[in-house]
Design a protein around this ligand. Sequence first.
Ligand SMILES: Nc1ncnc2c1ncn2[C@@H]1O[C@H](COP(=O)(O)OP(=O)(O)OP(=O)(O)O)[C@@H](O)[C@H]1O
Ligand SMILES: [Mg+2]
Length: 377
Amino acid sequence: MAEVSLKDLSKVYAGSGKSPPFEAVQGINLEVRDKEFMVLVGPSGCGKSTTLRMIAGLEEITSGEISIEGRRVNDLEPKARDIAMVFQSYALYPHMSVFDNMAFGLKLKKVPKAEIHKRVMIAAEILGIESLLDRKPKALSGGQRQRVAVGRAIVRDPTVFLFDEPLSNLDAKMRVSMRAELSKLHSRLGVTMIYVTHDQVEAMTMGDRICVMNDGRIMQVAEPLDLYNSPENIFVAGFIGSPPMNFFRGRLIEDEGGTCFAERNQDGPSVRLALSSRLAELADSYLGKEIVLGIRPEDIADADSRSGGSKQSCGTARVEVCEPMGAETFLYLNSGGHEFIAKVQSGERYAVGQHVKLSFDVDKTHLFDPETERALT
Ligand SMILES: Nc1ncnc2c1ncn2[C@@H]1O[C@H](COP(=O)(O)OP(=O)(O)OP(=O)(O)O)[C@@H](O)[C@H]1O
Ligand SMILES: [Mg+2]
């Protein structure tokens, strides 16, 4: 049972010269389950690689505890942790063939030759690189090198695989296909994997669960659709989903239609929306106070288009930019100086400067406290 458990894990990098000490990981708690594909995602510098390197034993822990399979590993050497790590730079040995690159770690461990041969051949077969075993890394494509790096991890037969942005050097198309390959590999090997990326699409498509990090802290841990549907705070709401969720600042007021959100804008029109009874109840204590309303681009429609009718009309906005994507169109809108994005049905044509009537899917709106930035739930 290869669970990985992080308890109050912190990392402070010592300062040097003028730079003060820096707390890159700030007391995180995370339980990765046996055979789980856990993705750590967050913006650059949020502490993902530092966390992964501490699990691997490549970075000293400042405080806290790491356990693998229920065993505390804080003081264990990397090679005693039964972990294999794949890096962004594949770090292949350029003068060695693909076979030797994959076999190298096993040779160092004095694994018998026949066993090495067997394990390399199995890994090569899993990854579809049997025909490349005699080549040197420079004669491989980026995607093939990536497979060799994964192969080198597979032959070690570890209980836990760690990946640090392994796909970021590949072109977009190759990334999509390797993403699916790695997901298949995960189910085939049935092992625990912890995968670091800053790409929320990779996180959403690959993770059994996703751990969203920011500034050295965990913002939320949940299954992909739970993150999308029920973000616990403004950070997660804005990070997961593309284009990101739109936020409107305003006040909750009481009018004849019930509880209503009224956007605050310096000038011009603003969004005004009657809340669903569920949200109105949740936000009861915010009546008369500031609040943040969030809505995803896909939950905003053009009220005049064929598909816009069923949602609640809530104001108008000016089209600043129109991006037809084929299946849908992204509208960059401006309402009273506030810019936001709508993902609308393609088929309609929009001109820059045109005004569109907005309708929001009220059941898909989110409310956040402006101070704590936490979702009202
Ligand atoms: N050796 C070091 N000394 C001092 N600070 C460091 C050191 N290594 C990393 N940091 C800082 O710690 C923070 C977290 O770094 P880390 O590499 O974990 O980020 P990351 O989430 O992996 O980012 P990226 O997506 O860019 O790879 C960053 O602000 C970084 O500048
Ligand atoms: Mg990193």
